[in-house]
Design a protein around this ligand. Structure first.
Ligand SMILES: Cc1cc2nc3c(=O)[nH]c(=O)nc-3n(C[C@H](O)[C@H](O)[C@H](O)COP(=O)(O)OP(=O)(O)OC[C@H]3O[C@@H](n4cnc5c(N)ncnc54)[C@H](O)[C@@H]3O)c2cc1C
Length: 573
C-alpha cells in the first residue's frame, strides 16, 4: 500500500475557515506580514517535503531501525538507511527553524505552522520525527534560561536544527516521579559542572543524523534538598567547541514494541563537563518550557498517526468488496465496497471526526501559544495561558489514546491484511502506543488537569474558559445548544467535585481519568460546533467532506460525555 500523503487542503480548511487563524495571527504585530496566502504556501511546501522525503522512509525505519555498536570504547548508533540524508535535507531547507526568531537564525513564522508540519511528519514517519521533535522545546529552553555565553555557542545551532537536542530526565528508578532523580552535578573551579549518572529511555541520545547532540540533563547538586526542588538543569554537548568528545556514552538502545526508527538510549554520564541552565534548584521550571512544547507535539503525533491510519483504511475500504451492503438497492455488482457497510462506515467516520476536531483543538493551542508570547493586552494573554494550561493535558491524553485505539479500529477495516506487515497498518498501531506513555503518562496528564489545574482554584479557570468558548459558538445551531448544555453539566459536576474533594482526599485521583475524558468530550463538541459553523452556507463547497464525520461525532463519540458524567456522579453519591 502507498505511503501516507499529507492533504494540506483539509488542514487549510481548519486554519482558515474554522479558526480564522490568519486574521487572528495578523492582529499580532510579530505576524503582521503573515497572511492566508503565505500560510497556505508554507503548508503546501511542507506537505510536499513530508510526502517526498520523509514518508518513503517509514518502512525502512521499522524494519532496519537504529543499530547500536561499540567503537573506541563508546556506543555508536547508526540510523536506518536514508535517515541521515533526509535529516540533513530537512534542516538545510530551514524546516526546524520555521517558528524560531529571526535573530536566532529562524524564519519567525507562527507556531501553528510548525504544529501542522510536525503533525504531517509524525503521520508520515513517527520514528524519524522523534529526532527533531524536541528541537523547538530545547530552543525555547536555551533561549529563556541559558547564560549569554551558552546561547552564543548553542542557540543558533539548535534553532536551525544543525545540531539535534535531547531531554535527559528519566532514570531507572525515576519515571513519572522526577523528584527521585539521582544524577549528580558537582561544581568545578572553572564554573562548569561534572555530571555523573545514568539516564534511561533517552530518545535520540546517540545517532548519526547531526554532527553534534546537545543534551539537556536534570541533575542534583551535592547539597541540594531531596525531591523536585533539588533539581537543576545542565547542558552537556556530545562534542565541545574545541573538538573534544564529552564523557557521555550510549551503553545500549532498547528493543521495543514499535518506533524502531528512533533509538531509545541508555546514556551514561561519566563526570561529563556541562553548564548550568537557569538557576540552581529551578531545573524543572526550565525544563517545563520544553515539556509543554513537547506535550503539544505528542498530541499532534496522536492526530497525525490517526490520520495516517484512517487514510490507509479509507483507501482500502473503497476498493475491497464483500457481500451486499444492507439498504442498498439492487445493482449489477455481486458485492459492495466494505466502505458501504455501516460497521465500517462508522469506524471510518468516527476516526475522521477525531482527526478533524483534534486539529481544531491542537491548532488553537498553537495559536494561543503565540498569543501568550506576542499579544499586547495582559488580559488576552491570561486567557491564552488558561487555554494552554487546561487544554494541553487533555489533548495529549485524548489524542494519543485515540491514535492507538482508533488506529486499531482502522486496522480492523483491513481485516487480515491489517494484521500482516505488508500494508503498514500494524506498524502505525505499534508505533502509536508509546505516545500514551511518554511526555508524562496519560494518567499523570489527568491528575495534572483535575488536581493541579481545576481543583487547585476551585474550578475558576475552567469556568472562565468555558464561558470564553461559549461566546465563540455559532448562534442558533442545535450542535451549539448541545455544547452549552454539556458545559453546564461539566460546571455542575466540577463544583460538586470541588466540594467532595475537601472531605474525600483521594476521590480526585480515582476519577481523574473520567474527568479528563469528560472535558475532552466537552471540547470535542465545541470543536465540532466550530466546524459546523464554518460550513453554514457551505462557503467553499466542502459540506459533503466535513458533514459526514460531524454526524459521526454526534452519534458515536459525544455520547461518551453522558457515560463519564454518570461514572463521576456515581462516586459522588
Ligand atoms: C520510547 C520512549 C521514549 C522516551 N523518551 C524519553 C526521553 O527522550 N527523555 C526522557 O527523559 N524520558 C523518555 N522516556 C521516558 C518516559 O517519559 C517515561 O517512560 C514515562 O515518564 C513514565 O515513566 P516510567 O516508565 O518509569 O513509568 P512509571 O512512572 O513507573 O509509571 C508506571 C505506571 O504507573 C502510573 N503512575 C505512576 N505514578 C503515578 C501517579 N502518581 N498516579 C497515578 N498513576 C501513576 C503511570 O501512569 C504508569 O501507568 C521515553 C520512554 C519511551 C518508552
Amino acid at each position: 500500500m502507498s505511503d501516507y500523503q499529507p492533504r494540506p487542503a483539509d488542514i487549510q480548511f481548519i486554519l482558515q475557515e474554522v479558526l480564522g487563524a490568519p486574521a487572528l495571527l495578523q492582529s499580532l504585530e510579530a505576524y503582521a506580514e503573515v497572511d492566508g496566502a503565505l500560510m497556505e504556501q508554507v503548508l503546501e511546501e511542507s506537505a510536499k517535503f513530508v510526502g517526498a522525503v520523509v514518508a518513503p522512509l517509514q518502512r525502512v525505519g521499522d524494519e532496519v531501525g537504529a543499530r547500536h555498536t561499540q567503537e573506541n570504547g563508546t556506543g555508536k548508533v547508526t540510523m536506518a538507511p536514508g535517515f541521515r540524508s533526509a535529516y540533513q535535507n530537512f534542516w538545510q531547507s530551514g524546516w526546524p527553524a520555521l517558528a524560531c526568531a529571526t535573530e536566532d537564525g529562524g524564519q519567525g513564522l507562527p507556531a501553528v505552522l510548525e504544529a501542522t508540519l510536525y503533525e504531517m511528519l509524525s503521520a508520515a514517519n513517527h520514528g524519524w520525527t522523534m529526532a527533531p521533535g524536541l528541537l523547538h522545546g530545547a530552543y525555547e529552553c536555551i533561549k529563556h534560561h541559558a547564560s549569554a555565553e551558552l546561547k552564543a555557542q548553542y542557540l543558533q545551532k539548535v534553532a536551525t536544527g544543525e545540531w539535534l537536542a535531547t531531554m535527559c530526565l528519566t532514570e531507572a528508578h525515576a519515571g513519572s516521579d522526577l523528584g527521585l532523580v539521582r544524577t549528580k552535578a558537582v561544581e568545578q573551579a572553572d564554573g562548569s559542572y561534572a555530571i555523573s549518572g545514568t539516564k534511561i529511555f533517552i530518545s535520540g541520545g546517540e545517532h548519526d543524523l547531526s554532527d553534534n547532540i546537545v543534551h539537556l540533563v536534570l541533575a542534583r547538586l551535592p547539597e541540594a534538598p531531596p525531591g523536585p526542588k533539588g533539581l537543576s538543569l545542565f547542558l552537556v554537548p556530545k562534542w565541545y567547541p574545541d573538538g573534544t568528545r564529552s564523557a557521555v556514552h550510549c551503553d545500549r538502545i532498547e528493543e521495543k514494541m514499535g518506533l524502531h526508527g528512533s533509538p531509545t538510549c541508555v546514556m551514561r554520564f561519566e563526570a561529563a563537563r556541562g553548564w548550568l541552565v537557569g538557576e540552581t534548584g529551578k531545573g524543572l521550571n526550565a525544563m517545563f518550557v520544553m515539556m509543554n512544547a513537547a506535550r503539544l507535539h505528542v498530541a499532534l503525533q496522536g492526530i497525525g498517526l490517526l490520520d495516517a491510519a484512517w487514510q490507509k483504511a479509507d483507501a482500502y475500504a473503497q476498493e475491497r468488496r464483500q457481500m451486499r451492503a444492507p439498504g442498498r438497492g439492487k445493482t449489477s455488482a455481486e458485492a459492495d465496497p466494505i466502505a458501504e457497510h455501516p460497521a465500517m462506515r462508522r469506524i471510518l467516520d468516527t476516526q475522521r471526526a477525531w482527526v478533524d476536531c483534534g486539529r481544531v483543538l491542537a491548532y488553537t493551542t498553537a495559536v494561543e501559544l503565540d498569543v501568550i508570547k506576542h499579544h499586547l493586552q495582559q488580559e488576552r494573554r491570561a486567557q491564552a495561558q488558561r487555554w494552554c494550561a487546561l487544554v494541553t493535558p487533555v489533548i495529549k491524553a485524548a489524542f494519543t489514546q485515540q491514535a492507538f485505539y482508533g488506529g486499531s479500529e482502522c486496522l480492523q477495516v483491513l481485516g487480515g491484511h491489517g494484521y500482516v506487515r505488508e500494508w503498514g497498518m500494524e506498524q502505525i498501531v505499534r508505533d502509536a502506543r508509546v505516545a500514551m506513555i511518554y511526555e508524562g503518562t496519560n494518567e499523570i496528564q489527568a491528575i495534572d488537569l483535575l488536581v493541579r489545574k481545576v481543583l487547585a482554584d476551585g474550578g475558576a479557570s475552567l469556568f472562565s474558559l468555558l464561558q470564553e468558548l461559549a461566546a465563540t459558538l455559532p448562534a442558533g445551531s442545535p450542535a451549539a445548544r448541545a455544547v452549552q448544555q454539556r458545559f453546564g453539566q461539566l460546571r455542575s459536576v466540577t463544583e460538586a467535585l470541588v466540594r467532595a474533594a475537601k472531605e474525600q482526599h483521594t476521590l480526585a485521583y480515582w476519577v481523574a481519568d473520567d474527568f479528563l475524558r469528560l472535558v475532552a468530550m466537552a471540547l470535542m463538541g465545541w470543536a465540532g460546533a466550530r466546524i459546523e459553523g464554518a460550513l453554514q452556507g457551505d462557503p467553499v463547497g466542502h459540506a459533503q467532506r466535513w458533514a459526514t464525520p460531524q454526524q459521526a461525532l454526534q452519534r458515536w463519540v459525544l455520547p461518551e460525555f453522558a457515560m463519564r458524567l454518570g461514572i463521576i456522579e456515581a462516586q459522588l453519591r
